[in-house]
Ligand binder design. Sequence first.
Ligand code: MSP
Length: 647
Amino acid sequence: MPSKTFYITTPIYYPSDKLHIGHCYTTVAADAMARFKRLTGHDVWFLTGTDEHGQKIERRALESGKSPQVFVDEIVDWIKDLWKILDISYDDFIRTTEKRHQEAVQAIFQKLYEQGDIYKDNYEGLYCTPCESFWAERQAKDKKCPDCGTEVEVVAEESYFFKMSKYADRLYQHIMEHEEFIQPSSRKNEMINNFLKPGLEELCVSRTSFDWGVPVTFDKDHVVYVWLDALTNYITALGYPHNPDKFDKYWPADVQLIGKEIVRFHTIYWPIFLMALDIPLPKQVFGHGWLLLEEGKMSKTRGNVIDPQVLVDQYGSDAIRYFLLREIPFGSDGTFSPEALIQRINYDLANDLGNLLHRTLNMIHKFAGGVIGEPIEEGEYDRELKELALATPKEMEKLMDQLQFSCALAELWKLIGRANKYIDETAPWALNREGKRFRLNTVLYNFVETIRIVSVLLQPFMPRTPQRIWSQIGIENQEELHTWESVKSWGLLKPNTRVEKPEAIYPRIDVEKEVEKKTEKKEKKKEKNKDKGEKQLTGNEINIDEFAKVDLRVAEIIEAEKVQDADKLLKIKVSLGDEERQVVAGIALSYSPEELKGKKVLFAANLAPVKIRGVRSQGMLLAADDGKGKIVLTGLDGDIAPGSRVR
Ligand code: MSP
């Protein structure tokens, strides 16, 4: 039984949409690491999952006309299929809507409240829904989220707050004393300089303006803030606090992999929550870089995301995994392009690896009747090859412990390169011609033994390719030759093994043809769109159908009053002709309740209902805002009945 445990996690993904290739990056890296640790004898627990609550998901669900639960269920099924085709070997998949998680979150919230770390107050500030993140006015310049650039919303509601400042010094000390805690170290400096040094603000940890979250047990108007809910998945999935067997075994996590934009949540909020719960901190949080496109960031709104399922269908999951792990030094940003992917496939997989196998098997068939002979006559170059083959696993292990996937693969490719050179150096065709049978057999044996070692070391990165190599070199059923133990010694391959006829494991892809195919497809699509009379859209434009989704109406204000304890808010009742609506509007500094009565204004009637400061708001009055505090309601150029459509 393996003795050392290894617990690795990915972020839990928002099932607000299908995932793109950028999301796969974290999970493929975590999977390679989990597989590497299993190979090297660790008892691994690999957790991934989905972050299903919050305002963003609730809105997306309403927009699509589904209940949030039905909406997320469909996407989660899709995500699980994606992980299947990418060979993600997770041990557990946590969904934050599961009972095991919700009950644990409720217990955690209650404990933090009872011990005095959480208190009730009112929140007034800014909120970025895509990031589910609170911002102060001074942080969100021009009302834009500092992380994603989206316009933030003004939020004013009753909330519970967590006393972050109480733990700030302890966290600072922990970070300073544990060099390995935040990696790469540039991210550590960023956290210290941008967040810890200026002083931590207390964090709002509950919401009252919508319902899609874990209810606070002792105050039913509140749901737990989605980041507190989400971050705790790493321990609730291990059974904390009710069934802590796995928690006792695997916590603290060895590595928590995350993208760079969520380092703040994982190295400030998360450790502070853990400190408050009196739980040790994870050993390492690693914030990797982004996978970008040549034109910049991938995003659904820009419409430039790369669908991983299409890539896997086209090139196979091992090739995609290889590209993601090899192309970009883990920690830095890197670019994805179809051309770069095809180049990796052609040079590294088809030429270097594929040809080594192909040439070797061809020669064994041509010169030795398809059977691996005995290695009895040593010669020049053998030692160098063997030494490198035996040093490679250790070198890779060292690099993997630093999460340097691309360097670890580069090491493996050094060995592949060395073996290809060994073919040219030993010239088996000449040995055959000269009748040097013993030397020829030895050389051929050495090729296959190197290929075997390479294939064992490939497993964590490309789980399918090794099987194909093993069946070609005739060791498919010899499991003892697939282990980490087996790459510590040279010469375990049994002479007299029969090999298969070579079959290209990675046929070369013709870049030009591939690009041509793509351009043709694009052109066809354009033509089709033209036929439909549609124009191609650039980033920020919307088409008429999208605009028509907003149900704009004329509304007549019937009455208005101030919202208690909120300087800027008015509760307003409007008539839409045959229907009355109540809305909360942030216009109290520009209009008194009295002057509003009887005004006819433009009104967005099909916005999803929300609660603001506990008051239900169903729709929105349209107003112009000069950015300096002046707000003017939109009027109408003449009288018209309330409820009339605006288009
Ligand atoms: N739900 C939160 C995480 C909660 S963890 C307690 C979240 N979800 S996410 O779906 O938006 O992002 C999940 C991960 O995908 C993040 O680590 C993010 O960095 C990663 N990526 C999303 N796009 C990416 C790229 N283009 N490139 C690399 N990683 C990217 O944040």
